[in-house]
Design a protein around this ligand. Sequence first.
Ligand SMILES: Cc1cc2nc3c(=O)[nH]c(=O)nc-3n(C[C@H](O)[C@H](O)[C@H](O)COP(=O)(O)OP(=O)(O)OC[C@H]3O[C@@H](n4cnc5c(N)ncnc54)[C@H](O)[C@@H]3O)c2cc1C
Length: 495
Amino acid sequence: MKSLWLESSPQIPTDTFVANAQYDSVVVGAGITGLTTAALLTRSGQRVAVLEARSVGAVATGNSTAKVSLLQGTQLSAIIKHHGADLARHYVTGNREGQSWLLRFCDEHGVGYDTRDAFNYAVTDDGARLLSEERDACADGGLTATLEDTSELPFPVKRTLRVAGQAQIHPMEVLAALAADLRKHSGQLFDGVRVTGVKTGSAKGDRISVNTPRGDLAAHNVILATGTPILDRGGHFSVLEPRRSYAVAFTVQDEIPRGMYLSVDSPSRTLRTADVEGRPYLIVGGNGHAVGRQAHTQALVDDVIRWTQEHFPTAQASFSWSAQDYRPASSVPYVGRMPVGGHSIYTATGFNKWGFTNGVAAALALSAEILGGHMPWAKELYKTRVGKQDALSTAKAGAGVGLEMVSGWLSGLTRSSHAQPPEGQGSVVREGARPVGICQVDGVTHRVSAVCPHMGGVLSWNDAEQSWDCPLHGSRFTYDGTRLEGPATRDLSAP
Ligand SMILES: Cc1cc2nc3c(=O)[nH]c(=O)nc-3n(C[C@H](O)[C@H](O)[C@H](O)COP(=O)(O)OP(=O)(O)OC[C@H]3O[C@@H](n4cnc5c(N)ncnc54)[C@H](O)[C@@H]3O)c2cc1C
């Protein structure tokens, strides 16, 4: 599956990797967070390299729905329940700074975007109650939101919650402009280079060694903008729930809503429009679930198509895709120095599907911290660290992880090794004591070890993406075992 954005991406030139080069900062990951951080650091005169394992925007950023919105479902209600109204105010301030920076960057670099009102909508009484709570949470957080009883949606809704003047972007156009800005200021961008390790020097002030299969680089600061942090140094994987969801772009002959919509009832639905290469689209998404814990993911794509055609009878699906983001146990992102590496390794994660404001806010905060600046909202917002305060909230997700570990190994051990999956399907079988993944793609049978190299979870088959997905911490691999995303840094081994 390939997103509308990646299909219509501008060409993004990159540089030729030279091993053993030295930098002030190395940024790992060329999504919205990494490229914004890198652009900010190069603008201030730093020598910066960005290392991207795949291609620019290949993971979450290029596969999102790309709303740049301060209205974020019921996010503020959750933050207030968890931390109180003061932190919600810092969250809104940080997100507003992120949104303003990004839109100003677009204005200054000729990148188009649409200004739209953002709506939460409810189709049930429970949902309507959630909207009232979120309206109050918005007021406490310093965000003006209004409840309304009518809607332009072509089906009955109980209520909507509106925040005026938000935006929607083409994420690859924005990444292309950030990459160009980075390179204009002498930053370097290397794609197809996967970071496999980071070694800190023994003396204070020593450069950090960034390891890749193509050689090492050295830097004073390393920023892991990898979605979920690789390297496990901060234990983030234990407080992040990887959640995958689906999106489909439709051509529609009927009138389509102008606003950006998000349901607060289940199953979730997100809607926006896009004008790409002169053609108008309606984008509809939803059906989120924990990574690796859903059988027959293709049925979830089909369900989005069925739902859309029910409400927009002329809708024709043109592109479908899926992606994952990380839900933080503490309800706010984890951003800042990692508790290792002489305090010069930084990360930013846990955007809970709101990375176009949160990722840019994180980039502003990290670049300020590295350059010696001061952002009062960031000091408060990012003081939540991975640790004790998350123990209770993660107990549930942790219990799920424990169960998956045991049931994955047991089910792998109980199946027969004679299974031959049909075209497009895969299954985990037992060979000796080891779980082995067997799948059939384009008429070819592939066999891989079904054990995740990150922490030993047993993988499950994702038929929508033809990938092996880990139910523990969200690492994913192609049908033949190449690492796609997540905290793992290695490919699957041979069975
Ligand atoms: C379906 C969906 C819809 C969404 N819609 C919205 C929305 O409407 N609005 C919004 O604000 N947010 C949305 N989000 C969330 C948003 O897309 C993410 O929060 C954001 O893109 C994260 O950006 P990032 O740069 O941190 O991570 P990514 O975009 O995932 O970038 C991380 C990069 O790091 C690279 N990388 C990883 N490991 C390594 C390694 N070892 N070496 C080198 N490179 C590595 C990856 O290849 C990747 O390119 C959505 C998310 C999903 C899943």
